[in-house]
Design a protein around this ligand. Structure first.
Ligand code: NAD
Ligand code: UDP
Length: 315
């Protein structure tokens, strides 16, 4: 198959491109490198089956895909994803998730291609329901610092579901929960890159707030399996899936754990809690297990070890 991956030079996107090439597909990666990294795809650019188009995917596709006569599937992953990344570029963020999603849906419709929208656990905002099921509508502040991301992802979900309803386009949505692994950007401010980098350098590890807020972390290879299954299986048409793990950690405990695994002498310090930082986050993955036959398999200690090794090599 010929497959378009937007955001293919990013952390998750580069692993998706790699996996699709391994599976024998031809891959067109679209990226404007706003938060991506050329190094993430440097091992792919020489491959005949891989094409990179450097472009802003929030534009109409005739401005950058006019030479592409057909594709079978579109994985739409382009978007800044870390709180620092999207708060530094709020307009670019809402453009790619709203206009970009709309234009790519039009493109998929024209090419009769399958479509997958990479959404986020942030559509649940600061959730009042725990764990979060796909049926929960969320608790998002539309005016807050995270709104450019949260609300535009919600718009992207809406647009994707409208194309399904109006045109019977073959779509699915995945709500990705916190994912980690090699190729995360050490400077994007997310908690795992921050803690690992700080621990490796024996610098203070910065826990925000009192550290009792929770997140559940999924290793990237598990996530990629879930995303690929969600695209491939016929039963996913028109459906939405949470993808993540149910191993919920408090940030203070995560700091201690990473400090231990690294064998660091870092001191753990406390800093201000960012605005609208969700208090608890853990997916209910019953639906993904049932429909996709998917569950995460990489133990947290193993994933952390692989991630720490990566940060050592780029260190
Ligand atoms: P990332 O920043 O590493 O990758 C995103 C990629 O999209 C980057 O390469 C960036 O340059 C590219 N991009 C952004 N705007 C673009 C535009 N207008 N045109 C072309 N390319 C553009 O982030 P990631 O962690 O790999 O996230 C990938 C997707 O998964 C995002 O849609 C994100 O919202 C979603 N997601 C990620 C997580 C996570 O924990 N990593 C959690 C929830 C959702
Ligand atoms: N966090 C932290 N220290 C850091 C970076 C983040 O305590 O150096 C916290 C942050 O406040 C949040 C959690 O870790 O509660 C996850 O943050 P991240 O930016 O990775 O992702 P989020 O899930 O908030 O989008």
């Amino acid at each position: 198959m010929k497959i378009l991956v937007t955001g293919g030079a990013g952390f998750i996107g580069s692993h998706i491109c790699e996996r699709l090439l391994e599976d024998g597909h031809r891959v067109i990666c679209v990226d404007n490198f706003i938060t991506g990294n050329r190094e993430n795809i440097s091992h792919l650019t020489q491959k005949k089956a891989f094409t990179l188009i450097e472009a802003d995917a929030s534009l109409s596709t005739d401005q950058y895909l006019s030479d592409v006569s057909h594709v079978d599937a579109v994985f739409h992953l382009a978007s800044p994803a870390s709180p620092r990344g999207y708060q530094d570029a709020p307009i670019e963020t809402y453009r790619i998730n709203s206009f970009g999603t709309h234009h790519l849906l039009e493109f998929a419709k024209e090419k009769q291609a399958k479509f997958l929208f990479a959404s986020t656990s942030e559509v649940y905002g600061d959730p009042l329901e725990h764990p979060q099921k796909e049926t929960y509508w969320g608790n998002v502040n539309p005016l807050g610092a995270r709104a450019c991301y949260d609300e535009s992802k919600r718009f992207g979900e809406m647009a994707t579901s409208v194309f399904h309803r109006e045109f019977d386009l073959n779509v699915r949505i995945v709500r990705i929960f916190n994912t980690y692994g090699p190729r995360m950007d050490p400077r994007d401010g997310r908690v795992i890159p921050n803690f690992v980098t700080q621990a490796l350098n024996n610098q203070p590890m910065t826990v925000y707030g009192d550290g009792t807020q929770t997140r559940s972390f999924c290793y990237v290879s598990d996530l990629v399996n879930g995303i690929v299954q969600a695209m491939e299986l016929p039963a996913t048409r028109g459906e939405v899936f949470n993808l993540g793990t149910t191993n919920e950690y408090r940030m203070i405990d995560l700091a201690k754990k990473i400090k231990d695994v690294v064998g660091s002498s870092s001191e753990i310090v406390f800093d201000d809690l960012p605005e609208d930082d969700p208090v608890r986050r853990k997916p209910d993955i019953t639906k993904a297990k049932r429909v996709l036959g998917w569950k995460p398999t990489v133990p947290f200690n193993e994933g952390l070890r692989l991630t720490i090794d990566y940060f050592k090599t780029i260190g």
